[in-house]
Design a protein around this ligand. Structure first.
Ligand code: UDP
Ligand code: MG
Length: 316
């Protein structure tokens, strides 16, 4: 099969018939052997009955329904697991992404050798203040931390070589960083394509401003896990050692200072009677705690199921 289109949908009933017809038209024009997979993420409107209707009238359409709302990452994860196409495309259900972009993205994967092609909503049709501006900042940070030069990391419209989606595990709210997950799994050729973007026609956005806070936190987590996930002691040990050394130097200084002053008959303060003493104490204790965290981290890393999971591409 050429192509699987995965569409996570949470309360998007009004949009689906139009979207499904539009996709079918584009697929037929390009002669793809394809499947469409709607993942109903625990919707409380008529999303599932709409999917049932679409599936009954078109054999290309399949559906998957969550018993409750798990989030977009979960929907994508289950979609990725079931995808049968050589190329996998994801898009939002709300008609903001255009199916007309699919053939161009598929071409980049098939002919230009890309592993992943992300859409870039160059002329974004969302609220300028609450979405477009924070999104620019967020993408600039993500570019720096991940080293992937994408303008729009979190675009819902993306195309993947099938191996990519089978090699990564999207969880929590990590759907925002799929290109980073792909890069960490060894897929280096990541590109982007400017895509059309439309205003939301029906329903309302499912993500509020807290997406940016959570997004930044998730980015820190991913960065940490990528750098130190396999050897946490390298992080905790280094910072712990630095802390401990700093505390040690301060302690030695305090003692020498006192002894020298005492020997020369100068005025001196009791060791516990100066601010530096408390600073030294805190730093020493923190250093020890960081070291202990490192040991615990090593135990956690050792028992992780993917401690020896490597992505092998060829074997002779
Ligand atoms: N979505 C989902 N589960 C959720 C939230 C959103 O499957 O818990 C889907 C939603 O139905 C849509 C896509 O994710 O197809 C993007 O959501 P939305 O359009 O609300 O995001 P925005 O365009 O505001 O970034
Ligand atoms: Mg949307």
């Amino acid at each position: 099969m050429d192509l699987t289109v995965i569409i996570p949908a949470f309360n998007e009933a009004e949009s689906l018939p139009e979207l499904s017809a539009w996709i079918a038209r584009v697929m037929q024009e390009n002669g793809y052997d394809y499947e469409v997979l709607f993942v109903d993420d625990g919707s409380t409107d008529g999303t599932w009955s709409t999917v049932q209707g679409l599936s009954a009238s078109d054999p290309h359409v399949h559906g998957l329904r969550f018993r409750r709302n798990y989030g977009k990452s979960a929907a994508l994860y289950c979609g990725f697991e079931r995808a049968r196409g050589n190329v996998v495309v994801t898009m939002d259900a709300d008609l903001q992404d255009s199916p007309e972009e699919i053939p161009g993205m598929v071409r980049m994967i098939r002919e230009e050798g890309y592993d992943l092609v992300s859409g870039w909503k160059q002329h974004r049709k969302d609220n300028a203040l609450t979405k477009n501006l924070p999104s620019k900042l967020y993408n600039a940070t993500a570019r720096r931390i991940t080293g992937i030069k994408l303008h729009d990391m979190n675009c819902g419209l993306k195309a993947y070589r099938a191996e990519v989606v089978k090699s990564i595990e999207v969880y929590g709210e990590m759907h925002r960083y799929i290109p980073y997950l792909a890069k960490n799994a060894g897929f280096a050729k990541i590109g982007e394509k400017p895509v059309q973007h439309a205003r939301r026609k029906y329903g309302k956005s499912k993500f509020g401003m807290n997406r940016f806070v959570n997004g930044f936190l998730d980015l820190q987590t991913l960065w940490f896990l990528t750098r130190f996930g396999g050897n946490p002691m390298h992080f905790f040990g280094t910072t712990g050692l630095l802390m401990f050394l700093a505390g040690f130097v301060m302690t030695v200084w305090i003692i020498i200072d006192k002894l020298v002053r005492q020997a020369h008959g100068l005025k001196f303060r009791a060791v516990t009677d100066q601010p530096l003493f408390y600073l030294a104490l805190v730093t020493l204790v923190l250093g020890v705690i960081l070291f202990l965290a490192g040991f615990i981290g090593e135990m956690v890393a050792r028992s992780s199921t993917d401690r020896n999971h490597y992505n092998i591409s060829d074997e002779l």
